[in-house]
Ligand binder design. Structure first.
Ligand SMILES: [Zn+2]
Ligand SMILES: [Zn+2]
Length: 139
Protein backbone atom coordinates (compact mmCIF):
# COMPACT_ATOMS: atom_id res chain seq x y z
CA UNK A 1 0.00 0.00 0.00
CA UNK A 2 1.52 3.30 -1.08
CA UNK A 3 0.51 6.76 0.17
CA UNK A 4 -1.33 7.27 -3.12
CA UNK A 5 -3.32 4.08 -2.55
CA UNK A 6 -4.14 5.15 0.98
CA UNK A 7 -5.30 8.52 -0.28
CA UNK A 8 -7.39 6.81 -2.94
CA UNK A 9 -9.06 4.48 -0.46
CA UNK A 10 -9.77 7.35 1.94
CA UNK A 11 -12.20 8.68 -0.70
CA UNK A 12 -14.10 5.42 -0.88
CA UNK A 13 -17.20 4.58 1.07
CA UNK A 14 -18.20 0.95 1.21
CA UNK A 15 -21.88 0.47 0.47
CA UNK A 16 -22.85 -3.15 0.36
CA UNK A 17 -20.54 -4.67 -2.23
CA UNK A 18 -19.81 -1.35 -3.84
CA UNK A 19 -17.00 1.07 -3.19
CA UNK A 20 -18.62 4.41 -3.79
CA UNK A 21 -16.35 7.25 -4.76
CA UNK A 22 -16.81 10.26 -2.46
CA UNK A 23 -14.39 12.81 -3.91
CA UNK A 24 -14.42 14.83 -7.14
CA UNK A 25 -16.51 13.74 -10.08
CA UNK A 26 -16.78 14.66 -13.74
CA UNK A 27 -20.00 13.82 -15.61
CA UNK A 28 -20.89 11.44 -12.81
CA UNK A 29 -17.58 9.58 -12.96
CA UNK A 30 -15.15 9.60 -10.07
CA UNK A 31 -11.99 11.62 -10.57
CA UNK A 32 -8.76 11.16 -8.66
CA UNK A 33 -5.69 13.36 -8.91
CA UNK A 34 -2.37 11.61 -9.27
CA UNK A 35 0.77 13.72 -9.58
CA UNK A 36 -1.24 16.74 -10.68
CA UNK A 37 -3.25 14.90 -13.31
CA UNK A 38 -6.84 13.90 -12.96
CA UNK A 39 -7.64 10.33 -13.76
CA UNK A 40 -10.81 8.32 -13.74
CA UNK A 41 -11.07 6.81 -10.29
CA UNK A 42 -11.97 3.38 -11.58
CA UNK A 43 -8.96 3.38 -13.89
CA UNK A 44 -6.77 4.14 -10.89
CA UNK A 45 -8.42 1.30 -9.01
CA UNK A 46 -7.92 -1.02 -11.98
CA UNK A 47 -4.19 -0.35 -12.09
CA UNK A 48 -3.85 -0.24 -8.34
CA UNK A 49 -5.05 -3.81 -8.14
CA UNK A 50 -2.48 -4.91 -10.64
CA UNK A 51 -4.39 -4.91 -13.88
CA UNK A 52 -3.19 -3.47 -17.13
CA UNK A 53 -4.87 -0.63 -18.98
CA UNK A 54 -4.81 -1.41 -22.68
CA UNK A 55 -5.26 1.11 -25.43
CA UNK A 56 -8.81 1.53 -26.71
CA UNK A 57 -10.28 -0.14 -23.68
CA UNK A 58 -12.80 1.56 -21.54
CA UNK A 59 -13.68 0.47 -18.06
CA UNK A 60 -17.20 0.14 -16.89
CA UNK A 61 -18.88 -1.34 -13.86
CA UNK A 62 -21.08 -4.38 -13.61
CA UNK A 63 -23.09 -3.01 -10.71
CA UNK A 64 -24.51 -0.01 -12.55
CA UNK A 65 -22.97 2.59 -10.32
CA UNK A 66 -20.66 4.93 -12.22
CA UNK A 67 -19.07 5.92 -8.95
CA UNK A 68 -18.22 2.40 -7.88
CA UNK A 69 -14.49 1.67 -7.82
CA UNK A 70 -14.61 -1.85 -6.46
CA UNK A 71 -12.11 -3.69 -8.67
CA UNK A 72 -14.42 -6.72 -8.61
CA UNK A 73 -17.14 -4.66 -10.27
CA UNK A 74 -14.91 -3.16 -12.93
CA UNK A 75 -14.71 -4.79 -16.32
CA UNK A 76 -13.12 -3.93 -19.62
CA UNK A 77 -15.26 -2.99 -22.53
CA UNK A 78 -14.47 -1.47 -25.89
CA UNK A 79 -15.91 1.81 -27.07
CA UNK A 80 -17.63 -0.12 -29.81
CA UNK A 81 -19.39 -2.40 -27.36
CA UNK A 82 -20.42 0.58 -25.31
CA UNK A 83 -21.89 2.19 -28.38
CA UNK A 84 -23.78 -0.93 -29.28
CA UNK A 85 -25.31 -1.20 -25.86
CA UNK A 86 -26.28 2.46 -25.92
CA UNK A 87 -27.38 2.28 -22.36
CA UNK A 88 -26.01 2.26 -18.88
CA UNK A 89 -27.55 -1.10 -18.09
CA UNK A 90 -25.36 -2.92 -15.66
CA UNK A 91 -24.16 -6.28 -16.86
CA UNK A 92 -25.37 -8.11 -13.81
CA UNK A 93 -27.71 -10.94 -14.66
CA UNK A 94 -28.82 -11.96 -11.18
CA UNK A 95 -29.85 -10.09 -8.08
CA UNK A 96 -28.03 -10.57 -4.81
CA UNK A 97 -30.49 -13.26 -3.83
CA UNK A 98 -29.71 -15.12 -7.02
CA UNK A 99 -32.90 -14.53 -8.99
CA UNK A 100 -32.31 -14.28 -12.71
CA UNK A 101 -33.30 -10.88 -14.08
CA UNK A 102 -34.18 -12.53 -17.35
CA UNK A 103 -36.81 -14.65 -15.64
CA UNK A 104 -38.26 -12.21 -13.13
CA UNK A 105 -37.75 -8.89 -14.81
CA UNK A 106 -36.34 -5.74 -13.35
CA UNK A 107 -37.92 -2.74 -11.72
CA UNK A 108 -36.22 0.59 -11.98
CA UNK A 109 -35.85 2.50 -8.79
CA UNK A 110 -37.17 5.84 -9.84
CA UNK A 111 -35.42 7.81 -7.13
CA UNK A 112 -32.04 7.58 -8.77
CA UNK A 113 -33.16 6.32 -12.18
CA UNK A 114 -30.03 4.27 -12.41
CA UNK A 115 -30.62 1.43 -10.01
CA UNK A 116 -32.36 -1.73 -10.96
CA UNK A 117 -34.14 -3.96 -8.58
CA UNK A 118 -34.97 -7.57 -9.14
CA UNK A 119 -38.61 -7.98 -10.14
CA UNK A 120 -39.12 -10.93 -7.83
CA UNK A 121 -37.58 -9.22 -4.80
CA UNK A 122 -39.68 -6.18 -5.56
CA UNK A 123 -42.79 -8.34 -5.77
CA UNK A 124 -42.02 -10.11 -2.53
CA UNK A 125 -41.55 -6.79 -0.82
CA UNK A 126 -44.84 -5.44 -2.09
CA UNK A 127 -46.90 -8.40 -0.99
CA UNK A 128 -48.21 -11.57 -2.47
CA UNK A 129 -49.78 -10.43 -5.72
CA UNK A 130 -47.29 -7.72 -6.62
CA UNK A 131 -49.84 -5.85 -8.64
CA UNK A 132 -48.53 -2.43 -7.81
CA UNK A 133 -49.25 0.14 -10.52
CA UNK A 134 -45.58 1.04 -10.32
CA UNK A 135 -44.50 -2.31 -11.62
CA UNK A 136 -43.99 -0.91 -15.12
CA UNK A 137 -40.72 -0.64 -16.96
CA UNK A 138 -40.00 -4.31 -16.80
CA UNK A 139 -36.70 -4.95 -18.47
ZN1 LIG B 1 -20.15 -1.74 -7.46
ZN1 LIG C 1 -34.21 -11.04 -6.39
Amino acid sequence: MTPVHERFLSHVKIEGECWIWQAATNNGHGIFNVAGRSKLARRVSWEMFGRELKAGIRLTTTCGSQLCVNPKHIIETTYKEMGEKMSQLPLKTHCKRGHAFEKHGVVWKTKTGSKRQCGLCNKLRQGADGTSPHMGNIY
